[in-house]
Design a protein around this ligand. Structure first.
Ligand SMILES: Nc1nc2c(ncn2[C@@H]2O[C@H](COP(=O)(O)OP(=O)(O)OP(=O)(O)O)[C@@H](O)[C@H]2O)c(=O)[nH]1
Ligand SMILES: [Mg+2]
Length: 302
């Protein structure tokens, strides 16, 4: 499958949710408030968030005549422009020229951090990079083994410490090894943590300080991994992570398993941090670079 095909398939559930009621408006010349309520409800169901949904409805209201003439296609164009604008985020995404380039993956439990690292290792290895995966999740049993399996699958090198070791100590060793052996990318897996646990959030800040001691200006990228199936409820967590350490980007996973793909709009608007990658499955090829225009196109009906 090509990237475009994977994206289309990954967003199929969200697209179907949005399309169904909008299909009912086909060929209408005038709209009642109830029709617009139905469209708003569908945008909320897809987790666009209240402010984006409201803006979209205002836009449709102001363009009632154009939609009356142009039908679904005209409505699609209007919504498409609005979604694309919301998704485009001008923030600079990390330092791509650093060597080794150190990337942290953070987030609450089970969002897909380890899986994302495995997939990204594959992408970067295919680009010819020498990649090292660092198992700084020393907390969960079998976390290091899970990451090691991804290292084998993607052809990346792997570093781990003893079970229960201090994550910062494991990270220090990994970064020294990366410098000594000439790795260009170090992807750091961290333990899933609740955003409400102050001591665990402080541990992330410490890891960032330790990284900077070993490699100038590290971490060069800090990606918050969010589970799209949680939808807008994940926003609270996201805000707390952003407070603990500066985020350079977001990864939105499990889009294949949800109709809540509109949450992409809600998170970018809320955090003002760009989405870098999206996860559309459990396989090694199921990580896609995020591109606002293509994403918006595939959220809406064809
Ligand atoms: N369908 C689908 N499943 C995914 C995706 N990304 C991850 N998963 C699955 O989500 C589950 C959790 O993934 P992990 O990578 O272990 O999550 P984690 O954030 O590392 O979890 P902890 O280390 O326990 O915090 C696994 O079963 C993955 O296969 C995705 O894009 N789509
Ligand atoms: Mg993990």
């Amino acid at each position: 499958m090509t990237i475009a095909e994977r994206l289309k398939k990954g967003l199929a559930r969200t697209r179907a949710t949005i399309e169904t009621p909008i299909d009912l408006l086909r060929g209408r010349r005038s709209w009642s408030p109830a029709d617009l309520d139905a469209v708003e409800a569908v945008l909320l169901a897809a987790d666009f968030g209240p402010s984006a949904a409201r803006r979209a409805i205002e836009l449709l209201k102001h363009n009632g005549r154009a939609i009356g003439d142009g039908g679904r296609d005209a409505m699609r164009e209007l919504l498409l422009g609005e979604i694309r604008r919301s998704l485009e985020c001008s923030a600079v995404a990390g330092d791509v020229h650093a060597c080794p380039r150190v990337s942290f993956f953070v987030g609450v439990n089970g969002t897909g951090k380890t899986t994302t690292i495995g997939k990204l290792a594959h992408v970067r290895a295919k680009e010819g990079h020498r990649v090292l995966l660092c198992a700084a999740d020393t907390f969960r049993a079998a976390a290091a083994e899970q990451l090691e399996a991804w290292a084998e699958r993607s052809g990346a090198a792997f570093h781990r410490g003893a079970a229960g070791a201090d994550p910062s100590a494991v990270l220090t060793d990994a970064l020294r090894a990366a410098r000594a052996r000439g790795h260009e990318d170090v992807l750091v897996d961290t333990a899933g943590r609740l955003h409400t646990k102050g001591n665990l959030m402080a541990e992330l800040s410490k890891m960032a300080r330790v990284a900077a001691r070993e490699v100038s200006r590290a971490p060069h990228e800090t990606l918050l991994v969010l589970d799209a199936t949680v939808g807008g409820n994940g926003l609270v967590q996201a805000r707390e992570f952003a407070r603990a350490l500066p985020l350079t980007g977001l990864v939105l996973t499990k889009l294949d398993g949800t109709a809540k793909g509109g949450v992409a709009v809600a998170v970018v608007e809320e955090l003002k941090v760009p989405i870098q990658y999206i996860g559309v499955g459990e396989g090694i090829d199921d990580l896609l670079p995020f591109e606002a225009a293509a994403f918006a196109e595939n959220l809406l009906w064809c």
